[in-house]
Ligand binder design. Structure first.
Ligand SMILES: Nc1nc2c(c(=O)[nH]1)N[C@H]1C(S)=C(S)[C@@H](COP(=O)(O)OP(=O)(O)OC[C@H]3O[C@@H](n4cnc5c(=O)[nH]c(N)nc54)[C@H](O)[C@@H]3O)O[C@H]1N2
Ligand SMILES: Nc1nc2c(c(=O)[nH]1)N[C@H]1C(S)=C(S)[C@@H](COP(=O)(O)OP(=O)(O)OC[C@H]3O[C@@H](n4cnc5c(=O)[nH]c(N)nc54)[C@H](O)[C@@H]3O)O[C@H]1N2
Ligand SMILES: [Mo]
Length: 757
């Protein structure tokens, strides 16, 4: 089934701006509050966002700046994520009586989201084409019965999206393991899994090694494969301050994103009236998936500089005392020709040398990265090359320097810390089993891609999803939708409607939950939850807005009641009591999860917990050898068949993952349609294409997307970009990153053909 379009208008294309934020961002916040929550109540609630005693932004995982915290510690896109949750629109039982599921399956994701908040549990009975109301009790009973009738607990999978709080996530993984499986696919498998895999192998920890304060001490910051202007706008303030302190910024990206070029901080007078701060000193227009080649070139230039000025470039002492494999690494770099580097990266030697000069002049360097590095077949290699580069000058485990994978969803890092992982560490399972007196399953479970394969093969029959949009976020949409339709039961625990509610198993259930911004009252009083940001800092988050209806439950309450119905008699765990007062869950977390001792007390005393990090705090590397590892990787430019293009998929400025707010992308100069393909002008000329021409795109899985409009753009030749999730049907299911199994959403070979007008 083709994914319905949000509108078939032709796009309006203008020259993209060269600056991010500024007054336009403030206007956009105003519009989204006006259209969703209402201005007054929305503005009052926003004052609580990212403040002590308030709620954590439901957007990205960039840390709050507690030192320089402003009265308004939020960004345009955080405000929009908030407004989207705070909408006054409601999806009620009448809505489902009016609209059949087959009719809803023809609506775009944007239309579904625009219908408002889910308000009561609904069921689609096998063979029916409408959802009808069901009581919470009957819904839990139906799910429990189905789960308990499976031949094995491994026939069910339990997905988690990264907005889920620590408390809900901890209880969720406990329930799933008491039930008897480690089938816990999550959005992290689609996101930063490559970072975790790469970092664990070479530095002994899967998390980033910097604190926010390190940005003030850095002399150089490399931003690779990341678009902070749209996806982590509060990071621009950290880059602006770093820049004002003299740091030099290098962006490595096939697109010259306005957010890294220039920033007009809407919280300063200059941001409203002046030109703002120029951010990147150097933009490196690497070709799509040219990063390994570029990073090897960067290291080659540095090793050559060291040969000319021995002792001045490399941190020999760090390399000797803390690392393994330098000789092999250096020999491989020496044997890699500049020609292959230029060809693989698409970047000239002078630009690579200019980037190396910035790194060599810097005492302290930070590398930040996101999906531009993690979603390729060789994504793990990308990230290990970043570590090679950092290690040459000892940029790990000291202030002002380090590795900074910038996480996506606001609690995706915390969910993993809480045990949402299909490959749990045996020590973790032992502590969990001891604390709750049960035997957790030890066999590794399915991640997201393995879950899809198992559903398609009939090995997994039930999917229960804690948030997210499993159908919309995964690759190869036609394959995924067939796999979902083969399930006997799919359950979505959600706030808003999306594709996953209309492409379902034979029986489907919707369980509506409170969002993070809403008051969560339980028998023992109003509750708060906790979240972990991208830099390992855990803070409390307390909702402040009235719930959108009387029948919604909190995520924690849903997990507790589902667990009681399903496995209530299998252990002595008092599920409901845990949900009555979340302090009780945190007391268990304190005993099971390393770094959380006296969790509740420390939250009250210090307001936050910074989790320990051996590399950052002690320059210790908990790898098998006790040292950080240099690694060697092939440049291996992706095989793009003759006449095809390498497609990357990107987020616009006006979406949060599969939730599309508008069809516009202000920073890339496109409005009115998302069905566009950004193309190099020379490629367009060679193919006889003009701006606005309609084309079809076809990939190796046989999927074809038709009617996409060509947008001329400064993107390296041979590369094109389309929006996520519209382009997901083209991403072949089997194309995944070696080691992390993350879909290669950012390097998909495609054929492009002009449509005859
Ligand atoms: N407003 C908003 N905020 C968000 C999100 C959102 O959708 N909207 N999503 C959240 C989530 S879950 C995540 S994971 C993050 C995502 O944040 P990002 O990773 O910034 O998002 P993307 O748009 O997927 O892609 C990032 C950048 O990678 C570049 N790129 C593409 N291919 C390549 C390549 O081969 N090499 C290099 N070097 N660069 C490449 C693209 O041009 C783009 O600038 O943001 C989080 N925050
Ligand atoms: N082509 C392509 N595909 C991609 C990517 C890409 O760059 N390119 N990026 C990948 C990445 S990085 C990620 S993280 C995934 C995202 O994958 P997901 O996390 O699965 O998707 P989202 O779109 O964030 O999920 C949105 C839905 O979550 C629900 N929701 C929102 N808030 C809450 C809440 O507080 N509680 C609950 N229970 N539900 C809530 C709503 O129903 C909403 O419709 O997509 C991946 N897919
Ligand atoms: Mo993500």
């Amino acid at each position: 089934m083709a994914i319905p379009k949000s509108g078939s208008k032709s796009p309006v294309i203008v020259e993209p701006p060269d600056t991010a934020a500024g007054p336009e961002a403030v206007k956009s916040v105003y519009r989204s509050l006006r259209d969703n929550s209402g201005l007054l109540s929305g503005a009052a609630a926003l004052l609580k966002m990212n403040q002590a005693g308030g709620f954590d932004c439901p957007g990205c995982a960039w840390p709050e700046d507690t030192e320089h915290r402003k009265r308004l510690e939020f960004c345009e896109n955080g405000a929009r994520a908030f407004a989207d949750e705070a909408t006054r629109k409601r999806v009620t039982a009448d809505f489902f009586a009016e609209h059949s599921i087959s009719e809803l399956a023809k609506k775009s994701g944007k239309w579904l989201n625009d219908q408002g908040r889910l308000t009561q549990p609904m069921v689609r009975k096998a063979g029916a084409d409408h959802y009808v109301p069901i009581t919470w009790f009957s819904a839990f009973e139906l799910i429990a019965r189905t789960l308990n009738q499976l031949d094995s607990p491994d026939q069910a999978a339990f997905y988690t999206s990264g907005r889920t709080s620590n408390e809900a996530a901890f209880l969720w993984q406990l329930f799933v393991r008491v039930y008897g499986t480690n089938n816990m696919p999550d959005c992290s498998n689609l996101c930063h899994e490559s970072s975790g895999t790469a970092l664990s192998a070479v530095i002994g920890s899967g998390k980033g090694t910097v604190r926010l304060s390190d940005f003030d001490k850095a002399d150089a910051i490399f931003v690779l494969g990341q678009n902070p202007g749209s996806n982590h706008p509060r990071m621009l303030a950290a880059l602006e301050r770093a820049r004002q302190n003299g740091a030099r910024i290098v962006s490595v990206n096939p697109l010259n994103e306005p957010g890294t070029q220039n920033f007009r901080n809407p919280q300063t007078l200059d941001g409203w009236t002046g030109k703002g701060t120029a951010l990147a000193d150097l933009h490196v227009p690497v070709r799509v998936n040219g990063d390994v080649a570029f990073l090897k070139g960067l290291c080659k230039a540095m090793l050559e500089a060291e040969a000319e000025r021995p002792g001045e470039v490399l941190d020999r002492e760090f390399i000797r005392a803390h690392t393994n494999g330098f000789e092999d690494f250096a020999a491989d770099i020496a044997g890699t020709s500049w020609e292959s580097i230029e060809q693989g990266s698409g970047v000239g030697q002078e630009t690579i040398r200019a980037a190396a000069a910035i790194a060599v002049a810097a005492e302290n360097t930070i590398c930040c990265w996101a999906m531009g590095l993690t979603q390729h077949i060789n994504a793990v290699a990308n990230i290990q090359e970043v570590i090679n580069f950092l290690m040459l000058r000892g940029n790990l485990g000291r202030p002002g320097a380090g590795a900074c994978p910038v996480r996506g969803h606001s609690n995706v890092q915390g969910d993993r810390t809480m045990g949402i992982w299909e490959k749990p560490d045996p020590e973790w399972l032992e502590r969990l089993g001891k604390e709750f007196a049960f035997q957790p399953p030890t066999a590794h479970g399915c991640d997201t891609v393995d879950t899809l394969r198992a559903m398609a093969d009939g090995r997994i029959k039930v999917l229960v999803a804690m948030g997210g949009n499993f159908a919309g976020a995964t690759p190869d949409s036609a394959f995924v939708e067939r796999a979902l339709e083969q399930c006997s039961l799919t359950v979505q625990i959600s706030t808003k409607l999306n594709r996953s509610h209309v492409v379902t198993g034979a029986t489907a259930i919707i369980l509506p939950v409170l969002g993070r911004t809403e008051i969560d009252r339980q028998p023992d009083g109003e509750q708060f939850v906790t979240v972990e940001n991208s830099m390992g800092v855990v803070t409390a988050s307390q909702g402040r807005r009235p719930p959108p209806g009387p029948y919604l439950k909190s995520e924690v309450r849903v997990v507790a009641e589902l667990a009681e119905a399903t496995v209530g008699t299998r252990s002595a765990i008092k599920w409901r009591a845990l949900a009555d007062d979340y302090h009780r869950i945190r007391d268990h977390i304190a005993k099971v999860v390393p770094g959380f001792s006296s969790f509740n007390d420390r939250l009250y005393d210090d307001g936050q917990i910074e989790l320990p990090h051996a590399v950052r705090d002690k320059r210790e590397f908990h790898t098998a050898s006790g040292r950080a590892e240099f690694t060697v990787h092939d440049i291996s430019p992706p095989a793009v068949p003759e006449g095809q293009y390498l497609m990357t998929t990107i987020r616009s400025h006006d979406q949060f993952n599969t939730t599309v707010y508008t069809d516009n992308d202000r920073y890339r100069g496109v409005s009115g349609s998302r069905e566009v393909v950004f193309m190099n002008m020379a490629d367009m000329a060679a193919a006889g294409l003009q701006a606005g021409d309609y084309v079809s795109l076809k990939s190796a899985n046989g999927s074809v997307l038709s009617g996409f409009a060509v947008v001329p753009y400064r993107i390296p030749p041979g590369c094109v970009a389309c929006y996520y999730p519209e382009a997901n049907p083209l991403v072949p299911f089997a194309a995944v990153a070696a080691g992390s199994n993350t879909p290669a959403y950012k390097s998909v070979p495609v054929e492009i053909s002009a449509l005859k007008s």
